[in-house]
Design a protein around this ligand. Structure first.
Ligand code: SAM
Length: 266
């Protein structure tokens, strides 16, 4: 790989350079011969290189044309390596990477990590698990419990679809250039069965968004956007509570009541 390569901020390029951390991450991924691995943002190949020694197939998606060129050169002797030049946000993961299921890994560009997680959740039926390096603050949010300041819209929507396992905290010094924030390697496991299930996932997204738009207001206040007299409709929930005080299951209850009653935003 070109030693003079200048990292590009717009692509969130903070390359992993700490050999010890890289090895710990590989151990967490624990690649198996049967795994169908897809890496998002292989960059200069820090994870890729080690994974290639384990897996019969490793496909990667990289947006940076210069890096794509160097990766092709670097791994030309590996028959199990391939790289697609493209934007992971636009890739149809359900179609392009059979045989299914796939395991998705990546030290993600932090500027797109949240939309990317939502994009991948849409393809969750073909994903066995996702192993990502994220900003520590994002991991705290997706892993939060109620009554915590990190608990919010992202928490509820990610935990509804996935189990979240923070695996390894990583300091800025493990990367080059060093990011300004701490990082965490996390495993997201799409739930095989969602229980209780939201009858209308868009309704769930709407109710969660509306409630967390007014974090300091009571649920009663926010739910007035759906119905004038919320107390009559949601007997199982204390509507004096604030949005960060109820569980994911409670949000599913609110959503399903709204669906049953055919109450949308007004
Ligand atoms: N995996 C390498 C490592 O750990 O050293 C690089 C990680 S770096 C944080 C993020 C990588 O994702 C960069 O190579 C960057 O070019 C790539 N990237 C950024 N945005 C992307 C996108 N939308 N789709 C695919 N790759 C992207």
């Amino acid at each position: 790989m070109c030693p003079n390569y200048q990292s590009k901020k717009r692509f969130g390029q903070n390359f992993l350079t700490d050999e010890n951390i890289i090895q710990q991450i590989i151990n967490i991924i624990d690649p198996q011969y049967v795994d169908n691995l897809v890496e998002i943002g292989p960059g200069r190949g820090a994870l890729t290189e080690r994974l290639l020694n384990f897996c019969p197939r490793l496909r990667t998606v990289e947006i940076d044309r210069d890096l794509v060129r160097s990766l092709k050169r670097k791994f030309e002797h590996y028959k199990n390596f391939s790289v697609v030049e493209g934007n992971a946000l636009e890739i149809n993961f359900s179609k392009n990477f059979g045989p299914l299921p796939i395991r998705i890994i990546g030290n993600l560009p932090y500027n797109i990590s949240t939309p990317l997680i939502f994009h991948l959740i849409q393809h969750r039926h073909v994903i066995k698990d996702m192993l990502f390096m994220l900003q520590l603050e994002v991991v705290q949010r997706i892993h939060a419990k109620p009554n915590n300041k990190s608990y919010g819209r992202l928490t509820v929507m990610v935990q509804y679809f996935c189990e979240v396992f923070p695996m390894l905290n990583v300091p800025p010094g493990a990367f080059h250039p060093a990011p300004k924030v701490n990082s965490c390697f996390v495993r997201l496991l799409p739930r095989k069965q969602i229980n209780p299930n939201a009858e209308d996932e868009q309704m769930l997204a709407n109710v969660v968004t509306i409630c967390f738009q007014q974090r300091r207001k009571t649920l009663r206040n926010s739910l007035r956007k759906f119905c004038p007299t919320p107390d009559a409709f949601f007997p199982a929930i204390d509507l004096n509570l604030r949005p960060d005080q109820i569980s994911v299951k409670d949000y599913v209850y609110l959503s399903n009541r709204l669906t049953t009653l055919n109450l949308g935003l007004h």
